[in-house]
Design a protein around this ligand. Structure first.
Ligand code: HEM
Length: 407
């Protein structure tokens, strides 16, 4: 049965209603039907249709990822957060974007990822052994946070002892991308960038002094070599790209894993389906990503006068592309609010699209495939102990706490 529409006249992404976090999808459906090119009260554009988001992703010459105009008033030009979020690969345009992205593309080749498979499997099995022994776990802390951070830190070359530090810095830096910030969040975010930079500078110094301790394929080493040749990467680009990779590489995957476990437990028929047909695991990962996009919103700014769906938009228009809404657009996905692990085709936008499409998408998918396959194969009688706690964040759909038990 169709959900009744909410009246979205005056909807403000910077001041969402109290029940938004519990179910943002009702608001997205109403926006898509009533005002697919909604003007937020601050003048920004809110896109909720699949085709409109795709149009903006596809044309970086018109729709820029450069965030200097947005972040100067938000952070202040001298702020560490401004420096980070305007220097890292995701928020710059070609040709600089192309130059930087090329440098770490090698880390995500099929061959490089195949080498990670046994490590991911061993990590997953280790966490699941603990779950089997205790009979219960808090999924976020005991599982879905641990796996991606180990993997991305291995990939970059961050020593095992330092990995917990990264979590707090990442949370603080990524939280600063939320549409609205408290002074406290701003201060914590700025401190996190400063500390993270200092940490990476020390680590690089150590690596250069002890080249024998580095793996030749570590991203940190490869990027440092590119900086050393003086042409391909500046020091700031090096530091901020590493910070970005470390942040992007775990926060989002953590949420994919938590949401996947949560949605499956909320849909036990889908667990049975997966147990009956293990081959459905890859579409299952795609469905989790579609259904609960870990990054719900991406942004672009029009460099020139343009249009979307025939609506003229002047240069300077700032657009929120609500990926999570596009992923539930009935024009693209039949019965979009149904969680269907065998859904095909499933061209969701959770990894973005176009030149900035997630560089780590194959790694994230591999983590999802291994983790979900092993959990649901091993624990037939897993159940929710309490409703999941969802964080009060808009850009990232974050599970804060998820308690499960096994019979
Ligand atoms: C489920 C997990 C993940 C999700 C949902 C996700 C989502 C995204 C999205 C939506 C973008 C594009 C942003 C834009 O166009 O503005 C992006 C970019 C990026 N992601 Fe991911 N990501 C995930 C995992 C990872 C992992 C594991 C890594 C690395 C280890 C990674 C590294 C990157 C990088 C480097 C970019 C920037 C690409 C560029 O600007 O060219 N991501 N990600």
């Amino acid at each position: 049965m169709a959900t009744p529409d909410i009246d979205i006249a005056g909807f403000d992404l910077l001041n969402v209603p109290a029940d938004y976090i519990a179910d943002p999808y009702r608001y997205f459906a109403a926006l898509r039907r009533q005002a697919p090119l909604h003007r937020n009260p601050d003048g920004t554009l809110v896109l909720t249709r699949y085709a409109d988001c795709v149009a903006a992703y596809r044309d970086p010459a018109i729709w820029s990822s450069d965030k200097r105009a947005d972040f100067a008033p938000k952070f202040g030009r001298d702020a560490p957060l401004y420096e980070h979020h305007t220097t890292s690969v995701v928020f710059i345009d070609p040709p600089d974007h192309t130059r930087i992205r090329k440098l770490f593309q090698y880390a995500f080749t099929r061959k490089a990822l195949a080498a990670f498979e046994p490590r991911i499997t061993a990590l997953v099995d280790g966490y699941l052994d603990e779950f089997a022994e205790r009979g219960e776990m808090e999924v976020v802390g005991d599982f879905s946070f641990k796996l991606p951070i180990e993997v991305v830190c291995d990939m970059l070359g961050v020593p095992a002892a330092d990995r917990l530090l990264i979590r707090d810095w990442a949370l603080a830096i990524l939280t600063a991308l939320e549409p609205k910030l408290t002074p406290d969040q701003l201060a914590t975010g700025n401190a996190a960038v400063t500390e993270f930079k200092a940490y990476l500078r020390d680590l690089l110094k150590h690596r250069r002094a002890h080249p024998d301790q580095a793996q030749p394929t570590e991203v940190l080493t490869v990027l440092a070599d590119a900086e050393d040749d003086g042409q391909r990467l500046s020091e700031l680009e090096l530091l901020h790209s590493c910070i970005f990779m470390l942040n992007a590489g775990h926060e989002t995957s953590t949420n994919m894993l938590s949401h996947g476990i949560h949605e499956m437990l909320r849909h036990p028929d889908q667990i049975r389906r997966l147990r009956d047909d293990a081959a459905v695991i890859e579409p299952m990962v795609e469905e989790v990503l579609r259904f609960q996009a870990p990054i719900q919103i991406n942004n672009r700014r029009a460099l020139v006068d343009t249009e979307i769906a025939g609506v003229p938009l002047p240069a300077g228009t700032s657009a929120h592309m609500i990926v999570a809404a596009a992923n539930r657009d009935p024009a693209q996905f039949p019965d979009p609010d149904r969680f269907d692990i065998a859904r095909r085709p499933n061209r969701h936008l959770s990894f973005g699209l176009g030149v900035h499409i997630c560089a780590g998408n194959a790694l994230a998918r591999l983590e999802g495939v291994i983790a979900f396959a092993r959990i649901f194969d091993r624990f037939a009688g897993m159940e929710l102990v309490a409703p999941a706690k969802i964080a009060n964040r808009l850009r990232f759909r974050e599970v804060e706490e998820l308690r499960v038990a096994t019979r």
